[in-house]
Each structure stands twice: as C-alpha cells, then as structure tokens.
Design a protein around this ligand. Structure first.
Ligand code: G3P
Ligand code: CA
Length: 350
C-alpha cells in the first residue's frame, strides 16, 4: 500500500470524527450548557430538573398512587400530572382524553369507553381499575399490587408530595383546557387552599430517614417553585399568568406546533407569556435551546427515556427533562446512588 493511499485512508477516516467534534463545539457556542442555570436558579427550580413524567411511569401504572410514591421516594424533583375535571368538578389526573387505554372502562361502563372525563362523576371513576392494564402491557414489570389502582385527584398528588422524606414539587399540566372552562381558576384555588401557592411554603421538617451523606434530599416542594404550571394551550398559560403570576409557567411545544409556527415565533410567544418552554426532544437542539436561553426562557424537554438522550439533552443545554425513567435520570445526573427499584416498589405502600 503506497504512502499516498495510507494518507487518503487516514484522511477519509478522520472526516467523521472532525465533523462530530465540530458539531459539539458549535453546540457549545450556540447554547452554552449552563446558560439556563441562571434562569433556573432565579426561579428556584433545580438544574437540571428531573421531572417524573406521569410519575415513575416506566416502573408503575402512569398517574397512579404507585407511580407517584415511587417517583417521590426515588428523589425526583417534580411529580408531573395531567389535570382534567370530572362531571362533578373534581380535578383528577389522567393523560388521555378517554379511559380506554389505561382502565377497564369498557368492562365497567360498556359503551362509554370513548367518553371523555367530563362525562363521568368522580364516584364513577373510582369504580375503575387503572393498574391492571400496565401488567398486560409490560409483563416484565407486572406486579399484582398494581391491580385495582384508582384514579388520583390533584389533592391525592399533593398529599403524596407532602408525605415522604423527599419534598418534591408538582408540575401540573392543564390538559385539553378548552374542554374544562375555568379549570385554571379551580386549580389555583385548590393549590392556594392547600397552601401550595400564595405564600412561601415552609415544610414541616421531614423524618431524618434520608442519609444526607448519601442522598441529597429534594426540597423544591418547600420553595417558591413548589408548583410549575404547564400547557400546550397558550390561552391557558395566559390565564394562569393572569391569576397566579408568581407561579412558574411552561409553554409546551410539540412537533406540529414547531412545524406550523417556527421556533422563533414560539420563543416569542413564550416570552410574551413570561413562561419557560417545554419542547419535545426533537425541538431541543442547540439552535433551539440557545435562542430560548437568550430570550430568558427555561427549557424542559420531553419525554427523555434513554441514557444517550439524557446525555445529548445535557450537551445541548436543556435545563431539565420530563422522563418516565426518573431512576435512570437521577443516577445519570449523579443525584442518587443506583437504587434497588424492586426493593423500593416492594416497600411502597400503595
Ligand atoms: O407535560 C409534559 C409532557 O407530558 C407533554 O406531553 O402528552 O405526555 O402530556 P404529554
Ligand atoms: Ca403532561
């Protein structure tokens, strides 16, 4: 093989490495990894924030007591939930428009599986099993104790957040708010009544069962960012800004909104709402996070469930992640030593 051929092979093999290195240098210039830290610190929000998306929803049925207890005891910063309202005005946590995917509604209320939550009373919803579907969908993580889990109200979630050694915050999305007129006021009134907003939260000290030399206890639920509101609806975020200006807000952005409006317009919308941004992962590249930070916007990306995605989001300047995998994210960010999640689930009382 001639020297010329060797040089050509070396040159060709070096091109990908140089391009990758160049990309990450560009990323750091376009979006300095810690640019959002100052914004987060000013708001009292941990950085990077680990947001338990629908609770620990990889390990347990989403938005159930089990998912939230596990997320809390893992040490997630926030317990995330989707707020909808029953026919009789109870604020409950459910992601989908209907109960079909995550309950036995077709069995208990035949013919009503396509009905939205506002068509059910809370007493009717309590007749449903919101846990068994998880066992069928995830045989490797099935647990008999998930059977019969009930729908959670926002008040149930607050009690969970208040009841452990960690004190997580709550990250509440007004889901399909157009279906629930006045839901923002209902939510603010409830949180105010329960002392979660409207005055500085002071938590009664928790039992010192956390070995603080091993695990940094979560205390964000005792501070000015104990609650974060979020919504895909700019109108809903605007109402929340009007009635609860001191509560941090996040304007959620999906791919469809990105394609329709363009990132600069979405950043401007978030700025006008005095809100952070909650983009889907594909809208969390440096050319997204950089301009958002320069406009003073926090960036929490969703839904980040793989180690390489966590690493990349951090490299690209994301200030926190909505994740089904709190246990993985907390270990990735060196927040907790690797936890025995099976033991934690076995010890949880749900
Ligand atoms: O709320 C953040 C993230 O959950 C938004 O997407 O559909 O999971 O509510 P979704
Ligand atoms: Ca959500």
């Amino acid at each position: 093989m001639t020297l010329r051929t060797i040089r050509l092979i070396l040159f060709i093999t070096l091109i990908p490495e140089v391009l990758i290195l160049g990309f990450f240098v560009y990323a750091r210039i376009q979006s300095p990894p810690k640019a959002g830290r100052m914004i987060a610190n000013a708001l009292g929000i941990p950085h990077p924030a680990v947001i338990a998306h629908r609770g620990a929803s990889y390990l347990a049925p989403e938005e159930t007591r089990a998912a939230y207890l596990i997320a809390r005891d893992l040490g997630a910063d926030y317990l995330e939930g989707d707020v909808q309202r029953t026919k009789d005005g109870i604020l409950v946590l459910l992601h989908d428009d209907t109960l079909e995917r995550t309950s036995n509604v077709a069995e208990v209320f035949p013919g009503r599986q396509k009905d939205t939550i506002d068509r059910f009373t809370y007493a009717e919803l309590l007749k449903l099993d919101l846990g068994s579907w998880f066992n069928s969908a995830n045989p490797d993580r099935a647990n008999d104790r998930f059977k019969g889990l009930k729908i959670q109200t926002v008040e149930d979630l607050l009690a969970i957040a208040e009841g452990g050694n960690h004190r997580p915050g709550v990250y509440l999305e007004t889901k399909s708010p157009e279906r629930y007129p006045g839901v923002e006021k209902d939510l603010v009134d409830l949180l105010t009544k329960r002392g979660w907003i409207g005055r500085d939260r002071v938590c009664a000290d928790t039992p010192a069962l956390i070995d603080e030399s091993v695990i940094r206890p979560v205390r964000v639920g005792c501070g000015k960012a104990a609650v974060i509101f979020q919504s895909f609806s700019a109108e809903s975020v605007q109402v929340l800004k009007n009635i609860a200006a001191t509560v941090p807000r996040v304007y959620l952005v999906d791919e469809e909104m990105g394609a329709r409006d363009g990132w600069p317009a979405l950043v401007e919308k978030a700025r006008s709402l005095d809100a952070g941004m909650g983009p889907v992962g594909y809208l969390s590249y440096p050319w997204h996070t950089g301009p958002a930070h320069r406009a003073g916007r926090l960036v929490h990306s969703y839904t980040i469930n793989k180690k390489w995605q966590l690493w990349l989001m951090n490299q690209f300047g994301s200030d926190g992640v909505f994740t089904d995998r709190s246990e993985m994210a907390l270990a990735h960010f060196d927040r907790v030593p690797p936890l025995d999640t099976k033991k934690l689930i076995a010890e949880s009382v749900f």
